[in-house]
Write a protein that binds this ligand. Sequence first.
Ligand SMILES: Nc1ncnc2c1ncn2[C@@H]1O[C@H](COP(=O)(O)OP(=O)(O)OP(=O)(O)O)[C@@H](O)[C@H]1O
Length: 293
Amino acid sequence: MSAVIEVINLVKRYHEFSAVDDISFSIDKGICFGILGPNGAGKTTTIEIMEGILKPSSGQINYYGQPMKSEVAQQIGIQFQHTALQDFLTVKETLNLFTSFYQHTVDHAQLIELCDLGEFLNKDNRLLSGGQRQRLLLALALINDPEIIYLDEPTTGLDPQARRNFWQLIENIKKRDKTVILTTHYMDEAERLCDDVVVMDRGKIIEAGRPHQLLDKHFKEVFIYLPSANIKPELIQKYQWQVNGDRVEINSKNIEHSLALLMKEQISLEGLHVKSANLDDLFLKLTGHSLRE
Ligand SMILES: Nc1ncnc2c1ncn2[C@@H]1O[C@H](COP(=O)(O)OP(=O)(O)OP(=O)(O)O)[C@@H](O)[C@H]1O
């Protein structure tokens, strides 16, 4: 696979503070690439430099092997975190307005179907629900039929159903061989959508790779949860299991052995819950703090 974008030794300083601190990565064509990290990690700063909106203090961005030029703007689509939509315009009128900004645009019927805008085309922008607004913003990002689409925290503030609907739209876009670059602090979103990720914290990349490879690399265990009421305190102490609220957490490298041990100790398995590590757990392991702190 060929790299569509290369980020090389990127630095963004504000006085003494480095918002982005010497990061490098490359993005293959046709994948969904995730830039993950907590608030303030440097995700937005990084993609704004990649989009050409912000100048780096040093470092370089290459598109298709060449240093970024201003013409790149015609090839990329951007869904910003906060885009002001014009009041008193309907969704249809908004599509028409944005179409007038570009030389080359995609057919509206196709866009309406892809982003599922059909049922609210004649609604005033001010009356859209959160999910409808995000779908419109996605359509606007796609209006110039870009090869590369940037989505900055696209599902923040959406309810679980609207988030799932939005994920489906992104998967449909991926099928069209577009390269999607996504920032998010939702790890379930990253695991579902991203083929490749970088995890950022305090301006630096602290881990990079495919989500499942990273989890395999860092976690050999699964987590077993049981209600604390099921287990006598002396057993919790004997095995040094972790108590979190009203649950006991057992890190198990071999689930069959662990279950056999629980049964041997005559511990009730009622309410037992098993979970594999996810990217949230990875982040906690790498940084010592949780992603939402
Ligand atoms: N213009 C600026 N001047 C000074 N500091 C800035 C400026 N813009 C961003 N920062 C700082 O740079 C750091 C990275 O910010 P950035 O917005 O890139 O983080 P982020 O990972 O996108 O966070 P969020 O998820 O909250 O958007 C933050 O500490 C922020 O306060």
